[in-house]
Design a protein around this ligand. Structure first.
Ligand code: ZN
Length: 253
């Protein structure tokens, strides 16, 4: 999957049972969705790939819309790079499939009315097109926005490039940025010194939101099902999904 600095995404990563057994995870500060997104503010969720918005903050988005807040998703890529060498998919057919999966997933989350702004930058190549991402974000952001982006040190190059561009745009525009870990749960370990745990907070999902999130993730079929023309397991195998379907979502505040 990738290596950025010392944040390597390989093998099965840290098992969910190890995370769950760590008291530090359960001791993280609890925060409300509406505290993160005050009344009158709009959430701008910046997702490097189709599925990141649901994996990182599907429950949060649902809590915001239930509270009458505005949400918009910025879709950085259409995910055409997840099945290299597949005989079933070309990057173009995969992108079309993944756009449809994203819409189906948003519908499962009860978020069909949330606008998705597609930037169509290259999957796997966001680092090389960071300037274009920067321009697009600058055009989207407006006063009153709270920006939610993948963590700058998440370990996947596209996630880190997205976090960096978001951080720079927010700093210039004077907007708050909240970063979301996704692949961190794979490469990090409980108490890992590479993670600023003191900044990490958690938002509780109710059982219905958690179930909707499970259905939404299942709608990303290209990611949760193995491609028979490729060796190995699905992009999001059960051990990865176990870390991303907890009864909480996590934010760096
Ligand atoms: Zn991603």
């Amino acid at each position: 999957m990738g290596l950025v600095g010392n944040r390597e995404i390989r093998a099965e990563g840290t098992p969910e049972a190890v995370w769950d057994a760590w008291p530090g995870l359960h001791a993280l500060t609890a925060v409300d969705a509406t505290t993160l997104l005050p009344h009158g503010c709009r959430a701008v969720v910046i997702a490097p790939h189709p599925d990141d918005e649901v994996l990182a903050c599907g429950g949060l988005m649902r809590q915001w819309t239930d509270a009458g807040r505005d949400v918009v998703v910025v879709a950085v890529t259409d995910g055409g790079g997840s099945h290299t060498n597949s005989r079933r998919w070309t990057p173009t057919t995969l992108e079309a499939a993944r756009r449809a999966e994203r819409q189906a997933a948003m519908q499962e989350m009860g978020l069909a009315s949330v606008p998705v702004l597609g930037l169509q930058l290259p999957d796997g190549g966001v680092t090389g097109t960071e300037a274009a991402l920067h321009r697009a974000l600058t055009a989207v952001l407006r006063p009153g926005d709270v920006v939610f982006a993948t963590w700058r040190l998440d370990g996947h190059p596209d996630h880190e490039a997205t976090g960096r561009a978001a951080a720079d745009c927010c700093a210039r525009a004077g907007l708050p940025l909240i970063e979301l870990p996704v692949w961190m749960w794979h490469w990090a370990e409980p108490g890992d010194p590479r993670v600023p745990w003191h900044r990490l907070a958690r938002v509780r999902l109710d059982p219905a939101q958690r179930e909707a999130k499970r259905r939404a993730i299942a709608a990303h079929r290209t990611q949760v099902e193995a491609d028979p023309t490729l060796p190995g397991h699905a992009v999001l195998p059960p051990w990865a999904l176990a870390r991303l379907t907890r009864d909480h979502e996590f934010v760096f505040v």
